[in-house]
Each structure stands twice: as structure tokens, then as C-alpha cells.
Design a protein around this ligand. Sequence first.
Ligand SMILES: *Cc1c(COP(=O)(O)O)cnc(C)c1O
Length: 462
Amino acid sequence: MSNSDLLARSLASVWHPCTQMKRHETLPLVPISRGAGVWLFDADGRRYLDTVSSWWVNLFGHCNPRINEALTDQLGKLEHVMLAGFTHEPVVQLSERLRSLAPAGLGHCFYASDGASATEIALKMSAHYWLNHGQPEKSQFISLANSYHGETLGALSVTDVALFKEAYGVLVRQNATVPSPDWRDAAPGESAEDYALRCAAALEAHLQQHHQSLAAFIIEPLVQGAAGMAMYHPIYLRRARELCTQYGVHLIADEIAVGVGRTGTLFACEQAPPPEEGQAGNLRSGCSHKGRAGEGLGITPDFLLLSKGITGGYLPLSVVMTTDAIYQAFYADEVARGFLHSHSYTGNPLACRAALATLDIFVEDDVIVANQRKAALFNQLAAPLREHPKVKHFRNTGMIWAFEVETPHRDFAQRCFSLGLQHELLLRPMGDTVYFMPPYVIGADEWRLLVAHTLIVIETLC
Ligand SMILES: *Cc1c(COP(=O)(O)O)cnc(C)c1O
């Protein structure tokens, strides 16, 4: 198919996600025919640097030879088998591997195919736990302001996006929100940590009043992605853990976007400061504190959700990890006490193999350490952006960078996207927030190109 043929036929038959299709009367689709590393290539050979990792899923580049090899091997053995009543090596290995890597105590893995389903599962599991526990009145949830946990109806009930509420509010049992510790909202002179503690106090007030009807509090640890890469101080995670324990409410850590190394540790929950040190007031946000729960760092949520990067960006897979206490509340003779949920492709062997190959790369290439060095270098190289007069709130957590652009254009995001393509960049701003969430394999030269070309785009649009 030629490029133009492909575009016309796509618009005639494919309903694209998150898209007002009429816009494509003027905004052409981008036909991608192959990928290699951080680059996507169209049929005419033009290339685009995938600065958003194709909606935050890719970790080790497109067409990664090691993941390709694992999948090719798996294709010759077993493509799929149902997981009810059956099991297979990839799903067992992945569950064991995740248990050994995740915050201590998360020993049970439940699988689905996408992030929104992982949210659904955690919400159902939490409420069903309280039902089995003799407290059926604990059936409500809370989330942070500007939260995003997926777009199915259950996930929308804990997602705080005005556009979705207007369109689908009547279908959804909307839950309450508590203030987001997003440091851009701190008062003048207030530190990110003090603001996070102030928001934790608001959380406490809410829990105090409503805990009897609350099943769980769901959060995106450290970075609220869809809110515009809102970043917050890790002290909030520590306080959220303490308060949820104190008030008997589950804590659901949605690491669908931030898990698998994105925030500078394998899991974002690892960065919560230890209990005592937390009040000392000398912690900074970002990648300054690393470590595992064993060193007093980190929290264990009651549910940990993974998807997006878990397969390296290859195949749809999501995992809900939970504790033995929750697992045991379902373990009984009656069917109805068991967890009632299934998806056709639960635990798909190919997806599990892609995930195992992805986790292998973390070990083989010492990725967490390598990324910390990379991020430090990239922050230096990004100085011209950070210091640009039209750039505000330049921020970084792990392998995520974001900033707001002062622009007169109300349709800045769309202009930035189109202009980016002309400069070899796949940029996909959210409102006036530009962000980089590149595959971890991005090199220094590619990063230099990214910074230089983004500057050209911003200069043009300011
Ligand atoms: C992307 C995302 C989801 C939803 O995942 P899908 O696979 O798109 O359904 C949920 N939570 C967070 C934090 C996300 O970034």
C-alpha cells in the first residue's frame, strides 16, 4: 500500500482512539511501517524519534532483538492456553520473578490484558475482600484530584478528568477525590515536601470522616501521568501508607505508567522515605533516594498494578499483585467467596515471555543504574530548555521529563505535534505541557537532537 492509499483506507475503516476523527480532514495520520530503537519510520523513509514511547509502553526500543528472540522461541512452543484450570511455564516464571522484585509481601499475581482491566480487578478485589470480611459497607473508593486510572466504566469512577465526566458521568458511580500533592500547586515559598504533607493532612481528614464506607484509596505513585506529568514528593506515599493502615483502607498503587523503572527505581513505591526520617524535612523530590524496602525505604501497597512497560511495549498484559492477607480472604470452600473475574487472554504465554525478556534486560544491562547516569547527563544537556524564558516548571523524575510552555496558541498541543513531525520528533503534549518519556535505550546524541529540535518547535510556537 502506498502512503496516501493507506491513509485514506485507514480513515474509512479504522476509528482511532482518543481522537476527534473530523480533525483528520486537515491533520494527516502518520503511517508507520517499521521501527528500530527509538525511531519510527514511515513508508517514505521519514523518521520520528518516539519521545513518548508510543503511549508510555516501550522501554528498550522498537524491534528489540532480545525480546524478538524470546517471542520467536515462544511462538514455536505455545502461543496461548486458557489460564483457568491450566498453567504454563512463562506465567509461573513471571509471577515468581515479580514477587522477588516487587515490594515485600506482594506474593500473588492476577493477570489481565490492559491497564484499565487491572484497575477494575483491584477495585473489585478490594470491595470483595471487605464483603468476605463481613464489612460490605466498605465499598467506596477515593483517588487523587486529576487522577487517571483507565477508561472503562469502573476505572472512570476513580478517574478525575472533566471531559470524561461530562460525557460518561451518568454511567459511572463517581467516587470522591482528595487533593493532589502535585508540587506546582504549592503555595509561594512552600516546599514540595511541605505541600505533600499538607495534602496528606487533607487525606487524613477525609479518611477520618469516611473510612467506614471506604474500600480503597488508589494513587499513581510519584507521577500522575495523564494529569500532565504532575510530580510529587515521595513523603506522600509514606503518609498514604500509614494513614490507610491506620484507618483500615486498602492502598492501591497504580504503577501502570510509572512501574518497571520509569521513575528511576524498578517500582515507584520503593522511593517512599523511611518512617522517622520522613518528618526531618531534608528530602528532595526526584531520583535522590533509591533503595529497597529492606533498607527502610519503600512501602508495600495492598495492590500493585502493572501494565504498559511490563512487556517492553510489545503485547497487552497487565498484572495485579496483592498480599497474602487479601488472597486468604478469598480462599474457601464456597465458589462465591472466590474472586469472580476472568479475561479470555489472561496470562497469555507470549505476553509473559515478552515480560520475562524485558526483566532479563534490566539485569543484563544493569538498567536502573545506567538510567540514573543517563538521567543526570540528560538533565545537563537539557539546560537550554530548562532556562528558556517560555518554559515553566521544568521537572524530572527518573526517565520522565516535563515542562509547561507559555504560548499564545490555544491549540498548542496539536501545533506542537504537527511541527514536531517536521523536525523528526513524535511529541504529544497534553495541553501546554510538553513531556519526554523516551525508551530507555535513547542515546546521548539522540537526546541532543531531541532537545535541539524541541527548542526549534517551541521558538516557533511562542
Ligand atoms: C495508561 C494508564 C492506565 C490504563 O491503561 P490502559 O492499558 O490504557 O487501559 C491506567 N492507569 C494509569 C496510571 C495509566 O497511565
